[in-house]
Design a protein around this ligand. Structure first.
Ligand code: ADP
Ligand code: MG
Length: 158
């Protein structure tokens, strides 16, 4: 499918995108955040979590060492933020209880290439530096899978 491409000139644009995407998400969804270090994956996840938790000032540190960090979204929907960069292998996903933690949650996953393929709804966001558009610019390429593409198309049309 054709990705939705959007230039994010600065950090506030990335935060706006997070607030927009939060409206699409339901329990059981996975947001796959890819792109290199410093691309803005955690920044986007933080904006998503704050919107989902209805808590604009919530402290959302990078789960660099904890690997997974649970949050309570508004309406009691769990939100799980994961950074799998330091994952040592598939066994550690089991040790972390990743499947149980994310089953009924909205999962936001940095370095999602560490996960086995999945069939449920996935919103994939790739973030890349875009220096020709400015010092803080990023290019987001967004693709929906497993029913997410339709939701994304509908939301964009509003
Ligand atoms: P990652 O999780 O992909 O390694 P982070 O979100 O932790 O990236 O870091 C991104 C850094 O880049 C932050 O310091 C943030 O302030 C900065 N930044 C500058 N411009 C942007 C932008 N347009 N979107 C997101 N972050 C930006
Ligand atoms: Mg990060």
């Amino acid at each position: 499918r054709i990705p939705w491409e959007i230039v994010l000139p600065d950090e506030s644009a990335t935060e706006d995108l997070g607030r927009f995407l939060a409206e699409l998400l339901r329990p059981g969804d996975l947001v796959a955040l890819s792109g290199g270090l410093g691309g803005g994956k955690t920044t986007l996840a933080r904006a998503l979590i704050r919107e989902l938790a209805d808590a604009p000032d919530l402290d959302v540190p990078s789960p660099t060492f904890t690997l997974i960090q649970p949050y309570e979204g508004s309406g009691g929907v769990p939100v799980v933020h994961a950074d799998l960069y330091r994952l040592r292998g598939p066994d550690e996903l089991v040790e972390l209880g990743f499947d149980e933690a994310t089953e009924r949650a909205i999962a936001l996953v940095e370095w999602p290439d560490r996960l086995p393929p999945r069939s449920g709804p996935v919103l994939a966001v790739d973030l890349a530096l875009k220096p020709d558009f400015g010092p803080d610019a990023r290019l987001a390429r967004i693709i929906g899978g497993g029913g997410m593409a339709e939701r994304l198309t509908r939301a964009r049309a509003l």
